[in-house]
Design a protein around this ligand. Structure first.
Ligand code: BES
Ligand code: ZN
Length: 955
């Protein structure tokens, strides 16, 4: 599982392999200010909350005092009654009451007046819920003139061919100046050139043609769609090339998006600035005016003026450095290959590197000077993976260099910019003294993913964001495939299995969406970066690979990359390429369309009668609200079923059957003792053994190794999912895991612990403490011996070390088997050892934590009983700041919403979450992740109603 990435690990699974840690938050990770609920996060407005906003209830909450019997929705109303420092309530004086009443009456009248008036007749800015209807028909530019284009997508009549971009960032004023010359080709005669620009202060625009000199021209700005229109003074003729020249200035961004600034401390604890870019999906337009859609590929020539003491990097190797003025030089980079704007990148900072050549390309890893000693592992790994991919795809990496750069503050884990991959420091730097085995795995996975993008994404790009899965699903698939091939000892397939389980949970909600879904707005595009594009996309490819065989699959990929290189593709192009290989024997397009275009996944019900196996498919859906039921009888998947039976020796006996009807019958050659479908969970479906769970339960009890660890994990997952659906009893699910004291494999243990922890968490947060304690006793009964067997060293294979880390973290979190005593002793010993000085240095440097860690902190806080309301309050109170810093729809925001609400299981909380988002802008309330949060709470409520009484009997 990848930590700190899109799909963050359950936060209570503390990485013990790294260092003994008693508290989920390190003291230097987060700083609490006394008397307030301020969670100080660097970059998130540390000092922006004024004293009036603080109240004593918040500080009590911080100390975990006021979480009981409190609906957080009441909090704001209650806060007028402040506590004085000795704890008693301050009762308002009669004068205060009168003043308050008058103020209240005026406020209510004002609000009503505003409500009753037609929406948005005031200023644009004053309109909270925007009504865009008028603007869409008559789009008005900032100067009041009619903007000549009303759509979000750019018109197809002008295409860019080449950009000459000159930038001068100033790391003292934190502003930058830029000029861009774009050579465009005219596809259809026009008088206007529409392109993207966001937050740029444009000072001049000219158009030049072969026949005419540069002429200043009028330009119009339309911020609602991040567009500008450069108005030609004569018709632009079909087939001709013109050069648009634009000069502008802007500020380096203080978010993680666009061309942004980062402050950090150098070796001498001196504050320094670092400038870097993050353009995907829609932020290239905030660094230079451009045709910011993935299919508008062009070549780029980039020049950057910089302080002579700093370095610059960009996608291409450096061509020359020339002096400009005193202390300022200009770096010019070679012209790029044809590429999309979101892949353009540059970095200006004080950097050091190590490099190695492979197959004609120079691979380098860069970091700030004090971290240069931690880049070795990344360089070795990148070189190995690059060599692997070139062989697998039969296409060389096309650039002469590949840089991997560690950025001190970065929202995601990494970004695949062509030739200049940017990373968080924690996903690139490996320190053999302090980094854990899991860190190594994380670094390897992230490099494997981003290198795969150099082909899937960079060489061949999805045509539009609706097919983001072609980028992210493929990169994720290749990431795990390459890891298994080159680093089998890392057992990354088990991590992938866990991710699939989680993606399926999300995909079984009403709020889910097809892997390939229509998108337009920036929030919709941001929200495509989710588990469905990444994990469902990857697991569908895994299923296809098993169905086609690995050689056919590989050949299909080669055809796809060759057919579309330096261009863009849609899902159908991939299936057509695969069909070129299957050559009519098998219609990949017909099969895969049922998976890419349907939301959710099938539930396959199996009934065995002697040699006859009846199989039947239906949609697996957690019906949350009867009125929302989408009983899509039309949903039919073409399911490549696989199965094993008792009559084979489990290495070479996987059977296959394509279920392309609602139901079918499979006749076995002989009667068998048991049958298990979805071998190793290589298929994206859940199986219900209607009358046969008992057989499988007995098999696990008698001889669990008759099934592979992945099959065992799959059974555990499926039966608990079915219990949630009401198709199987919770009792059977508990019976199935009764064999666990004999289990020693990581995948099934992790899955069982995950399922039981879900139940425990819900019960605990619902106030069912006694029942929760009984669940915990059940876990202890099942896994107590296993926990006792764990030694407190770092020996064994990675898989064993990870299992140890998972079990001990669980035991310490829940105060089991003396775990905390041992951990405390070890921690104290470590504090007294050499490690102490380091620790202090770290705490000194990390006065406050970085905002990049925030979603993880919220996740950790919201897992705990004292913290889960606090986390939600924090999100509510800081919503505007959070969405400004991480932007609406980004997966950081998706994670924050999901973590801070997923523990709720009461109607009051459901109402609270609904009304909070309804009170926000339309863009916020319409987010898919908000719908998902609401679905999840409803599901939790339903789960409780269905199972609470049963649990009482059972435990
Ligand atoms: N292309 C993404 C980075 C990205 C994510 C850009 C979201 C814009 C929005 C990159 O390839 C990626 O997927 N990064 C993952 C890591 C990966 C190993 C799953 C991430 O940052 O979590
Ligand atoms: Zn990616």
């Amino acid at each position: 599982m990848i930590e700190n990435s899109m799909f963050e690990e359950e936060p209570d699974v503390v990485d013990l392999a790294k260092e003994p840690c008693l508290h989920p938050l390190e003291p230097d990770e987060v700083e609490y200010e006394p008397r307030s609920s301020r969670l100080l996060v660097r970059g998130l407005g540390e000092h922006e909350m004024d004293d009036d906003e603080e109240d004593y209830e918040s500080s009590a909450k911080l100390l975990g005092m006021s979480f009981m019997n409190r609906s957080s929705g009441l909090r704001n109303n209650m806060s007028v009654y402040r506590q004085n420092p000795n704890g008693s309530c301050l009762v308002p004086s009669p004068r205060t009451m009168v003043v308050c009443t008058v103020v209240l009456v005026i406020a209510v009248s004002l609000i009503m007046a505003i409500y009753l008036l037609p929406k948005c007749i005031f200023t644009k800015e004053g309109c909270h819920k925007k009504n865009h209807t008028m603007e869409l028909i008559y789009p008005l530019a900032t100067n009041g003139k009619l903007f000549p284009w009303a759509k979000i997508r750019l018109p197809p009549d002008v295409v860019p061919l080449h950009y000459d971009l000159v930038l001068q960032p100033n790391l003292t004023t934190l502003k930058f100046a830029g000029s861009v010359k774009i050579v465009v080709n005219i596809i259809q005669v026009t008088w206007k050139i529409i392109l993207h620009s966001s937050g740029l202060n444009i000072t001049k625009a000219t158009i030049t043609s072969a026949a005419h000199q540069a002429k200043p021209v009028e330009f119009l700005e339309y911020p609602l769609h991040d567009q500008i229109a450069v108005m030609a003074s004569e018709a632009l003729l079909v087939g001709q090339n013109y050069t648009v020249n634009i000069e502008y200035t802007s500020n380096l961004s203080d978010t993680y998006y666009g061309f942004y600034k980062i402050s950090y401390k150098d070796e001498n604890s001196k504050q320094r600035w670092f400038a870097a870019t993050q353009f995907e999906p829609l932020a290239a337009r905030s660094a230079f005016p451009c045709f910011d859609e993935p299919a508008f590929k062009a070549t780029f020539l980039i020049k950057i003026k910089r302080d002579e003491k700093l370095s610059t990097l960009s996608n291409m190797p450096k061509k020359s450095t020339t002096p400009v003025t005193n202390g300022i030089v200009q770096d010019e980079f070679f012209v790029s290959l044809k590429m999309s704007t979101y892949l353009v990148a540059f970095v200006v900072a004080d950097l050091k590197n190590i490099s190695r050549e492979t197959n004609g390309s120079l691979v380098s890893v860069y970091a700030i000077p004090q971290h240069l000693n931690q880049v070795g592992y990344a360089l070795n790994t990148a070189v190995k993976l690059l060599e692997f991919y070139q062989k697998y795809f039969l296409i060389n990496y096309p650039l002469e260099k590949l840089d991997l750069v560690a950025i001190p503050d970065f929202q995601s884990s990494a970004m695949e910019n062509w030739g200049l991959i940017t990373f968080r420091e924690t996903t690139l730097l490996f320190d053999s003294n302090t980094s854990s085995a899991r860190d190594k795995k994380l670094i390897t996975a992230v490099i494997a993913h981003e290198l795969a993008h150099q082909w899937f994404g960079n060489l061949v790009t999805m045509e539009w964001w609706n097919d983001l899965w072609l980028n992210e699903g493929f990169a994720t698939f290749m990431e795990y495939f390459a890891m298994e091939e080159i680093f089998p000892e890392l057992h990354s397939d088990e991590d992938f299995l866990n991710l699939i389980f989680k993606a399926m949970m999300k995909d079984s909600l009403n709020s889910s969406h097809p892997v390939s879904s229509a998108v337009q707005s920036s929030e919709q595009i941001e929200e495509m970066f989710d588990a469905l594009s990444y994990i469902k996309g990857a697991s569908l490819l895994l299923m296809l690979k098993h169905y086609l065989t690995k050689d056919v699959f590989q050949a299909g990929i080669e055809v796809y990359l060759h057919n579309h290189n330096y261009g863009s593709a849609q899902s159908d192009d991939l299936w057509d390429s695969m069909n070129e290989i299957t050559n009519g024997t098998l219609d990949v397009k017909k099969l895969m369309k049922t998976w890419i275009l349907h939301q959710g996944f099938p539930l396959v019900t199996v009934v065995r009668k002697g040699k006859i196996i009846s199989v039947q498919q239906e949609k697996f859906l957690y019906h949350v609200e009867p009125e929302n039921w989408t009983t899509d009888a039309s949903y039919l998947w073409h399911i490549p079923l696989t199965y094993i039976t008792s009559s084979c020796n489990f290495t070479h006996c996987t059977n296959a059957y394509l279920l392309d009807q609602k139901s079918a019958v499979i006749e076995l050659p002989e009667e068998v003792e048991w049958i298990k479908f979805n071998v190793d969970m290589n298929g994206y479906y859940i199986v219900h053994y209607a009358e046969d769970w008992k057989t499988l339960i007995d098999l696990l009890k008698k001889n669990h190794t008759a099934l592979s660890p992945k099959d065992r994990a799959n059974l555990i997952n499926n039966i608990f999912s079915l219990a949630g659906l009401g198709k199987e009893s919770l009792e059977k699910a508990f019976e199935l895991i009764d064999y666990l004291n004999k289990e020693s494999s990581t995948a099934p243990l992790t899955q069982a612990l995950f399922q039981l922890s879900l139940i425990y968490s819900l019960l605990e947060k619902k106030g069912e403490q006694q029942l929760a304690a009984r669940v915990m006793r059940r876990i202890e009964h099942l896994l107590g011996d296993k926990i006792d067997q764990q030694c407190w060293t770092d020996d064994g294979t990675l898989s064993e070390r990870e299992l140890r880390s998972t079990l001990l973290a669980f035991a310490c979190t829940h105060d089991m088997r003396n775990c905390r005593t041992t951990a405390t002793e070890m921690f104290e010993k470590w504090m007294k050892s050499n490690g102490t000085m380091r620790l202090m240095q770290n705490s000194l440097e990390g006065e406050v934590i970085r905002a990049q860690e925030l979603s993880r902190i919220i996740a950790t806080v919201s897992q705990s009983l004292p913290g889960y309301l606090l986390a939600w309050d924090f999100v509510k109170e800081n919503w505007e700041k959070l969405t400004r810093k991480f932007h609406l729809g980004s997966y950081t925001i998706q994670n924050i919403i999901s973590w801070s609400t997923s523990q709720f299981a009461t109607k009051a909380h459901l109402l609270e979450v609904k009304s909070f988002f309804e009170s926000k802008s339309e863009e916020s309330s319409q987010l898919r992740c908000v719908k998902e949060a609401i679905d999840t709470i409803q599901l939790n409520i339903q789960w409780m109603e269905r199972n609470l009484a049963k649990l009482q009997e059972l435990l």
